[in-house]
Design a protein around this ligand. Sequence first.
Ligand code: CBF
Length: 775
Amino acid sequence: MQPFQEAIVHKLREMYHTDMKSATTKQLYNAVSQAAMDTCRDTWAQPVQGKTACYLSAEFLLGRLIHSNLMNLGLLKETEDLLNSAGINPNVFEDVEDDALGNGGLGRLAACFLDSAATQGIPLMGYGIRYRYGLFKQRFAYGYQEEDADDWLAWGDPWSVRREDQKVRVNFGDQSVWAVPYDMPIIGYGGKVVNTLRLWQAEAIQPFNFRLFNDQKYQEAVQQKNDAEAISAVLYPNDDTDAGKRLRLKQQYFFSSASLQSIFADYTAKCGTDYSKFAEQYAIQLNDTHPTVSIPELLRLLMTQGHMGFEPAFQVVQKTFAYTNHTIMAEALEKWNLSLFQSVLPEVYPYVVMIQNRLSNELVKKNITETGKYNIIQDGMIHMARMAIYSTHSTNGVAKIHTEIIKHSALPEWYALYPERFNNKTNGVTQRRWLALCNRELADFITERIGSGWVTDFSQMSRLKPYAEDQSSRQRFLEIKQEKKNQLADYMYRKDRFGLNTSNIFDIQVKRLHEYKRQLLNAFSILDMYFGIKDGRIQGFHPTTFIFGAKAAPGYYRAKGIIKFINEVANLVNYDNAVNRRMQVIFASNYNVSYAEKLIPAADISEQISTAGTEASGTSNMKFMMNGAVTLGTYDGANIEIVQNAGEENNYIFGARVEDLDKIKDTYDPVKLYEKEPRIRRVVDTLIDGTLTDGGSGWFAELYDSLLKGASWHKPDNYYLLLDFLPYCDARLQANHDYADRQAFAKKCLLNIAAAGPFTSDRTIRQYADEIWHI
Ligand code: CBF
């Protein structure tokens, strides 16, 4: 036995008095994880040298940790061999819950950044919240989404260490709580560098009141405990929308203040009480506006504990912080009601006022009299994005088009004032999890051809390009794709009791459910194909399986209506014997990181169909690309950079561009399109003509109205589904047609893989380190 295998056996004995043969999955999971933790404790304990970057984020969507940690430590194979030798299926840990402490792209990006920084030896600490319940679990009941709590800690938390000695106190207007850190090792590939993710848990200062208990006031006796724990109880399930709630503000301040106190104490221990050099030691990146309250908090610490004057303290703040904007959706730009803010954070509010006063003076000096668009405090609200831009030295967008939109249409007044602060950092994903781990067959294929350097240097992927011309490589690629489809079919059968037809094209759209992402357009186009096949309009259609995966925020009823609609479309198609050998539609339930790891490698077509100008970047588009799917998408977010790199001819780009939409935005009339085009009418009418039923909820009629009548808060079809409908259907049928030439299609896929080099988060995080943090 190898030493690590012995360590696992030893852990089982020590922790559970059991052995490989009798251990439960949970025991095995904890024993393997603890044994792995032991191998990296020494490296982890090494102090960081020089400047540290701190990534403050309300979300870290890590997914399941065990496989990626074992891979990065080089212990995955040994573990699997041990499991095999004990007659245990190496997939046994597929039952272990994901760490789902994030909603979607923003939280998953944070997780990729941690992996990339540790792998490249960049000292990056993550700071966030240890939610007791992560993103809800999704079930379908009669096609409707139902939500259950995500009890991720039921499996134990072997990858965290509670640091009681490092707890700090966080004060609100109406309560004080402990913030207790749980530290997770972030193991770089090869295990040479281990950074830290610190997640804070809220706990009561006085968890139990004996006096109240003695007075038989049992509820009141534990009131403080309940109120404290509520702060880190649950992740807000909104993606791209602002929750605007008191508890949410408490969460934001809770982890911001705790992180800042911890960083401040580290600085003091390292450098003493001269805080003027703070920014030489720490760079703090704000992941969206969620941690922006850190700005007045650092100011408060510098002025109260560091005894600095306002101006020098503000200079330090500005040099320390940088801000990333992840969306321009108006509903996501956080604003806090002034009186709410004052009552929750009375000790912080004066520092917000000081920042506003400084801004006002600066605007006067610059002769700007129209200050309404700049003011941090305006119309009874505190505008967090404005505070973030004003008080930091860098504001970045997450794809080229997104950064341009920020500069020229979303926040042009700020760009005019401080053009030097704005910069772009196109997102990326870690190829270690999203290729090496989730698609080992393709990883071997690549390594056999170009060596293994790509695992840590993704620019080497371009060396794969010549193999797109090589017939045997294309053949092998097709075999691998088939294998991944077979694996997905097994998995989906287990998870969703659905039998995939694995000789079909796999056309996949997986992401959060949002109107701007246009899952409804996808469903309309499936209906159009369905009718077209039945009518005989569409001939020579290559059988296709259309897969969706998406969670809707529980309070987002329109998104829930879209889920129900897609599930109804699935029923219509799958039970119709006239077409179901040519089409299948399936909505994967509870889409999460682990499901993504199965779905993405099996895809032929990656659906990236957001309205131009709405998806800041997207990151699943990159994961699909590196796994050899072609992009069927709009000119939006990082799709643009993807197809520029991989060739438009190797992808399927359709639909109106931002500049087209700008021209028609005041005159666009979807009713005209609906009246003129029978194919549009036919699919849209399925919402109200009884073809599909919403079970009397009224949700489908509401969707119909949203497209043709609008609502009090938006114009009809504000995401231009009907405008892009025909071009989308055409592009989709073109891809379907092209697929028939398997060799030519495989060539497109390989050229996409070979062009994926820039879309690694290794490149992105390097750019943050070089250009923003100067590390
Ligand atoms: O930048 C990461 C991702 O963030 C979002 O998910 C977000 O929450 N704002 C955006 O919607 C994505 O486009 C982006 O890729």
